[in-house]
Design a protein around this ligand. Sequence first.
Ligand code: EPZ
Length: 431
Amino acid sequence: METIQIVGGTPLRGDVRVSGTKNGSLALLAASLLVPGESVIENLPDVSDVGTMIQILRSLGAKCDMVGPRTLRVNAARLSTCEAPEDLVRKMRASFHVAGPLLARLGEARVPRPGGCVIGSRPINYHLQGFGALGAEVSEEHGLVVMRASRLRGGRMFLHPRFRSVGATLNIMMAATLAEGTTVIENASRDPDVVDCARFLVACGAKISGIGGAAMKITGVPRLHGARFAASPDRMEAGTLLLAGAITQGDVTVRGVRVADLLLTLDALRSAASKIQTGRGWIRIQSEGRPKHFDVITAPFPGFPTDLHPLTVVLMSLAQGRSVMEETIFEARFNYVDELSRMGAQIQLKGNTAIVTGVPRLSGASVIAVDLRAGAALGLAGLAAEGETTVGGWEHVRRGYEDLDLKLRSLGAQLTESERPTARLRNVQSG
Ligand code: EPZ
């Protein structure tokens, strides 16, 4: 288990640049399987989930070469199998993104069920219903989901309006790009990662309209061609660094961001009495004194992102008065609460709501991260805590944040790591 040690109490100050989006990059890499030729994806973040997705593409027969520190060339001209390997699929739920492209390209996809995960049960019923509506036969054998269709046909489908599933929108959209006729996805996700993936597919020759709207329309084409596309900035990383500024009562400018992707996050920070300034590609946060209490309800984009929930509760834990966090997307997002309570946070859970009574300061403790965002939240709590905090399970954080430890240190955080793994994206060999 990787650990970090943090000595809390230093307000973070300075400028920091965000990396490319983790979730958006995973979608772009899966989409490159639809192209019977070469695609080039730029600005990939150096995180372990991206490394896992590259391994999955290779296991399916795609050739992947790093042609720059953050740039991957994928050649998916010849796919050798329609079956994704269980050991890699189990590592990360987003590996199910390859189902739609495989089904559309090869007429069959065999992908292990990604299984439950620590933030909730995370079913795939909307993905499978979508494939069914495109004419695929779907069955399950021994944990393997088998999807078959000699030719996919366009269809109309309604996703659940409360969730507007990101993953299901991606999978159905990707499969529909090569289907016969037109597909309409009602209640499609408007998430920037979905928008980027759609734009990449359009650059590859796909016909998609309604991108970023409530209904997306995809008219199938016989084949796609390759394109070059850059992943957008990671808005969750940007939000995390801004929250780090607020939590430590510091002054942090985050650069290389898209301000429009973070509007509700900025509203929440303003409610907590942080001063926010924005410009083209940058956001500055200045916080003095204890934050004010504030309330948040998570919702699909453009709502407040569930991925920033645990980090926001750290800020609520330090606010004056009582704040409320209502989680509407993942039932088990609260898995960080016991560990944060070990640091002195006062959090009462009622169903899907956390009632947080702010305390003047947290106290350093030894805590364990069980998922990516919970890990980052505990790290941020350590920055504001009195004394030393040890966060175990930091490898979860590395799945989705590029060098979060180094970026926080560059802002003045006193933070050391037990070990740094050497297998990084930039060392990925050709193959
Ligand atoms: C994506 O997960 C992100 N992951 C998550 O980020 C993010 O939290 C989530 O979207 C919501 O924004 C990736 O992009 C790799 P959903 P996804 O399908 O696509 C239910 C992180 O920390 N649902 O939008 O899996 C589901 O259970 C990760 O970076 C069904 O019921 O999320 C959830 O309650 C964690 N059936 C809701 O919909 C389905 O078939 C939204 O899930 C699909 C989803």
